[in-house]
Design a protein around this ligand. Structure first.
Ligand code: DCP
Ligand code: MG
Ligand code: MN
Length: 353
């Protein structure tokens, strides 16, 4: 857990509001969406509030906390809980939240299953409700009770697994750059999964795979090797298009020893020229990335895991759709991307809310 959060003097209040937020998050209404926004704003404000709240006035006067939330805060302070939570925890909320706990299941799928009459995990696999599970969802259900792929692993376990993987990758191609990214690179004490970035310098003379070895071909050899070593146990999403330069793999892995837990693992491979942009993207966190992309957009650029581009034309009807590739401005190092965006350098551990 984040050490800063443990010291928060209003943690019990945050926990209760977070619970209420989670409940509204699993509901479909517009009202619920507003509540989610409002509670997350309040929680952010509470996290940075330096002292224990004691009075209604104190709660009201905190920037970001409205009247209704201030009343809830008082209820928590006086009674230790929120009656509203019991009241909101109806069957549909409980069931859709349970379904959303399955790897690969989002809100809309969970709600659809509930509407079709499903109430338990057994209902989903019974074939009685016309549910069509993806392969990833089937694995998610299989491992649901193990609580493995939904729980975070200690940093040391991520490190141990990575230290088994790296030499296997380098044996396939000594010219590879193989690094562990995500929350691990940001120095977190625990990790939700293991994120590994792979790229390869095509001009590296040490490589015996030859210049024509694409990222895709490397992975095609790597995954069977990792399975053979007993590290990778299940594929959740395999690379789909072999012609793509950028490849994503999602799977499950564990330490090849008795009693070890199944953990989530992601691989991303990018061309060497995208290394800096990929490091930046894959280190995160996601909120930091959103801020960087926004900064790029304000300056008329477009930023993604392949690089910083200029002159990208977007569809006015849907800004997410790009009508052209644009011109590559920077992608080889993280530093140059920070520099061009005018953002002071931040070490990985500083890149979070
Ligand atoms: N990422 C992003 N936007 C997303 C998903 C991911 O920018 N929607 C980037 C930032 C993340 C990185 O990819 O830091 C790795 O994604 P993870 O989902 O593995 O997130 P973290 O590693 O940061 O956290 P966790 O410990 O929960 O895995
Ligand atoms: Mg991660
Ligand atoms: Mn990941």
């Amino acid at each position: 857990k984040d050490a800063r959060l443990d010291k928060c003097p209003n943690q019990d209040i945050i926990d209760q509001l977070q619970e209420l937020l989670d409940i509204h998050q699993s509901k479909p209404g517009q009202e619920d969406r507003w509540r989610v926004l409002s509670y997350s704003k309040s929680i952010r404000a509470l996290r940075t509030h330096p002292k224990r709240i004691k009075t209604l006035n104190e709660a009201r006067n905190i920037q970001g906390i409205g009247e209704k939330t201030a009343m809830k805060i008082m209820e928590i302070i006086e009674t230790g809980k929120l009656r509203r939570i019991q009241f909101e925890r109806t069957e549909d909320v409980e069931v859709t939240r349970m379904f959303q706990g399955i790897y690969g299941v989002g809100q809309s799928t969970a709600q659809k299953w509930y509407a079709n009459g499903c109430r338990t995990l057994e209902d989903l696999t019974s074939g009685k409700y016309g549910v069509k599970l993806t392969p990833a969802q089937e694995i998610g259900i299989r491992y649901y009770d193990a609580q493995d792929i939904n729980s975070r692993m200690p940093r040391s376990e991520a490190k141990a697994i990575f230290e088994l993987i790296k030499p296997i990758a380098l044996e396939i191609d000594p010219g590879l750059f193989v690094e562990i990214m995500g929350s691990y690179r940001r120095g977190k004490a625990d990790c939700g999964d293991i994120d590994i970035l792979i790229t390869r310098n095509p001009d590296d003379g040490r490589s015996h795979a030859g210049k024509s070895a694409t990222e895709h071909r490397i992975l095609r050899r790597l995954f069977p090797a990792l399975r053979g070593a007993g590290i990778i146990t299940e594929d959740l999403a395999l690379p789909d298009d072999p012609s793509e330069e950028e490849v994503i793999y999602r799977g499950l892995c564990h330490l090849p020893q008795e009693g070890s837990r199944q953990r989530r693992i992601d691989f991303l491979t990018v061309p060497w020229k995208s290394k800096g942009a990929a490091l930046l993207y894959y280190t995160g966190d996601d909120v930091f990335n959103r801020a960087m992309r926004l900064k790029a957009n304000v300056l008329g650029y477009s930023l993604n895991q392949r690089g910083l581009f200029s002159g990208v034309v977007r569809d006015p009807r849907d800004r997410r759709v790009k009508l052209n590739q644009g011109t590559l401005i920077a992608s080889e190092t993280e530093e140059e991307i920070f520099h061009i965006l005018g953002v002071p350098w931040q070490e990985p551990h500083e890149r979070m809310r």
